[in-house]
Design a protein around this ligand. Structure first.
Ligand SMILES: NC(=O)c1ccc[n+]([C@@H]2O[C@H](COP(=O)([O-])OP(=O)(O)OC[C@H]3O[C@@H](n4cnc5c(N)ncnc54)[C@H](O)[C@@H]3O)[C@@H](O)[C@H]2O)c1
Length: 324
């Protein structure tokens, strides 16, 4: 039996760091949220207040009181688990873990919330690659149930077990990604979908609203109940094979971001946070919408969770490529 991870520190108090902190605080854990950047902790206070705003008064005060804010990495010294959620920059992440390695107990487990950088490369900046994993949470982390737990070649079985146990205590559904592959599972699939959606927009096949409408009310609604492989079984693999035989040659397979996406980024049209992306957003829209989406996702996740209880699940077919 391995010891539980009761003290958690999170480095980086942005969108993800705050929602991961809110998640653990909701589940009764003490969290230290660390960010040395000027103004970051003030922003974190208001983000945390938003992330806990659906709780009744007493529960909200209790959860808030479990989150300590700090500007120094030294505040992670007594943590059993440190999760890093700083910007997606390999050199920055390596520097932070090298510094944490000097500050934390050798037994402390390190986890990075990178969206798809190499876990092995980040872990190499420490003396503890065996106690190092990727924990890829999804936005908002206190709502979306799944976490991809990604091992590097040296991650020990005990580290994986302890992190998965903690995540389950936090109400999550962790899935182990057995190899350190860029983008892990979800971002590979998400980017394949987004590349094709942007390509359709660029070619003028439909408006952004209509492309989103098609995905939300067909594939999206179905994907909440059946994953892409299960859904292919339900449709028939012969049907899928026949379509794949003529369609794949026509799908977007570019290996760099599209001209449309590159131009938008160059123009500062970064999406909701700058007021324009594929849509236009006012500050009031953005705040109200983020709150509403979060509440709706929480309700949907709870409904799906209640349905999943006791539902029969077909066992995966035995095949050489599905080693279990
Ligand atoms: N936003 C998402 O949807 C999402 C989803 C999954 C994973 N991620 C990943 O999570 C990580 C964080 O993303 P985010 O969206 O929260 O970014 P963010 O920009 O909202 O937050 C990053 C935070 O890191 C802080 N920071 C910068 N330098 C620092 C340093 N030297 N030490 C400590 N803190 C520092 C910043 O002040 C900021 O508060 C990234 O690796 C990202 O790829 C993001």
């Amino acid at each position: 039996m391995t010891a539980s991870l009761s003290r958690v520190a999170i480095v980086g108090a942005g969108a993800m760091g705050c929602s991961i902190a809110a998640l653990f605080a909701r589940h009764g854990l003490d969290v230290t949220l660390i960010d040395p950047v000027a103004g970051a902790l003030d922003r974190a206070r208001s983000t945390l207040a938003m992330r806990l705003s659906d709780l009744p008064d007493a529960a909200r005060s209790e959860a808030s009181a479990r989150i300590a804010l700090a500007a120094e990495l030294q505040a992670a010294a007594s943590a059993a688990l440190v999760i890093e959620a700083v910007p997606e920059n390999l050199a920055l992440k390596q520097k932070i873990f090298a510094d944490l390695d000097a500050v934390c107990d050798p037994a402390t487990i390190f986890a990075t919330n990178t969206s798809g950088l190499s876990i092995t490369s980040i872990a190499q900046s420490t003396q503890r690659p065996d106690r190092f994993v990727g924990t890829h949470f999804f936005m908002p982390a206190d709502v979306i149930p799944l976490v991809e737990v990604v091992r590097n070649a040296a991650t020990s079985a005990g580290t994986v077990e302890r992190v998965m146990t903690l995540l389950r205590q936090g109400g999550k559904r962790p899935v182990l990604v057995k190899q350190d592959i860029p983008g892990f599972i979800a971002n590979r699939i998400q980017h394949a979908l987004a590349r094709e959606a942007m390509s359709l927009l660029e070619k003028g096949i439909a408006s952004a609203e209509d492309i989103d409408e098609v995905v939300k009310w067909s594939l999206g609604i179905r994907l909440a109940l059946s994953g892409p492989l299960e859904q292919r079984d339900l449709n028939g693999l012969d049907v899928h094979h026949a379509i794949a035989s003529y369609l794949y040659a026509d799908l977007d397979n570019r290996t760099t971001p599209s001209a449309l996406l590159t131009q938008k980024v160059a123009d500062g049209q970064l999406g909701a946070k700058t007021g324009e992306g594929f849509y236009r957003w006012s500050d009031a829209d953005r705040e109200a919408l983020l709150r509403q989406k979060s509440d709706d996702l929480r309700a949907l996740a709870a409904w799906l969770d209640s349905r999943a209880e006791g539902q029969p699940k077909p066992p995966a077919a035995p095949a050489s490529h599905t080693d279990s």
